[in-house]
Design a protein around this ligand. Structure first.
Ligand code: IYR
Length: 221
């Protein structure tokens, strides 16, 4: 067990008169985020990706175990392998594995089993959850609240990439086991999300959908 050691909180407050303006500006910025499926091949500097992953790494996590691995892929050969693996799963999914109810729920998004963006977009970030940790002697270390922790970190990552001026797609080919071999990740890690990152293609269109209003998503007691 590690000892409990403290340090001063370097809390950077915001002057009260500026708080609502800051909150409104952040909302306006986040409202511009859209999930994109038509990517351009315009390159994105690695440093931008590194910075966004550093933001993800600031997320809170169960027991501060930070049970995540972000595999950032620009290598065209690996991207091709990922496209092949994903499209194989997606063909089965759209051909019936999903079931009618699920396919009905997706109809308004216009998705299908073709995933050319997995080769076109400059970066893929495969996000792995470390279901358990491994210590120096190879013993298993229990990890806590893993899906919650990785979900929060992924939210930070998507927000950081958007704020930097990039587009993303939260892609979830299922199952994603094929990613472990391509990304060289061990068995204790499970791929949760494949984030596609880049610029939208000039002629990119997105589904005409909106977000629920506050009244529908929040209750104040
Ligand atoms: N993984 C498939 C299907 C899919 C599922 C959900 I839930 C979505 O919101 C979107 C797509 C695909 O990527 O096409």
């Amino acid at each position: 067990m590690s000892p409990y050691v403290t340090m001063p909180l370097a809390f950077e407050g915001v002057p009260e008169a500026e708080m609502q303006g800051r909150a409104d500006a952040f909302l306006a910025r986040m409202r511009k985020r859209r999930t994109v499926r038509d990517f351009s091949d315009r390159p994105v500097p690695r440093e931008l990706i590194e910075t966004a992953v550093r933001v993800a790494g600031t997320a809170p996590s169960g027991a501060n175990q930070q049970p995540w691995s972000f595999v950032c892929i620009a290598d065209p050969q690996r991207k091709t392998l990922i496209r092949e693996g994903a499209e194989e799963e997606e063909r089965a999914f759209y051909a019936g594995r999903a079931g009618e109810e699920w396919l009905d729920a997706l109809a308004h998004l216009g998705t299908d089993d073709k995933k050319p963006f997995l080769e076109t977009a400059p970066w893929l970030i495969a996000i792995f959850a470390q279901r358990w940790g491994v210590d120096a002697e190879g013993n298993r270390i229990k990890h806590y609240y893993v899906p919650e922790s990785v979900g929060i970190a992924t939210g930070f990552l998507i927000a950081a990439l958007h704020d930097a001026g990039l587009a993303t797609l939260t892609h979830t080919p299922a199952p994603m086991n094929f990613l472990n071999a391509i990304c060289g990740r061990p068995d204790n890690e499970k791929a949760l999300i494949l984030l596609v990152v880049g610029y939208p293609r000039e002629d990119c269109r997105v589904p005409a959908i909106g977000k629920k209003p506050l009244e529908e998503i929040a209750t104040f007691l």
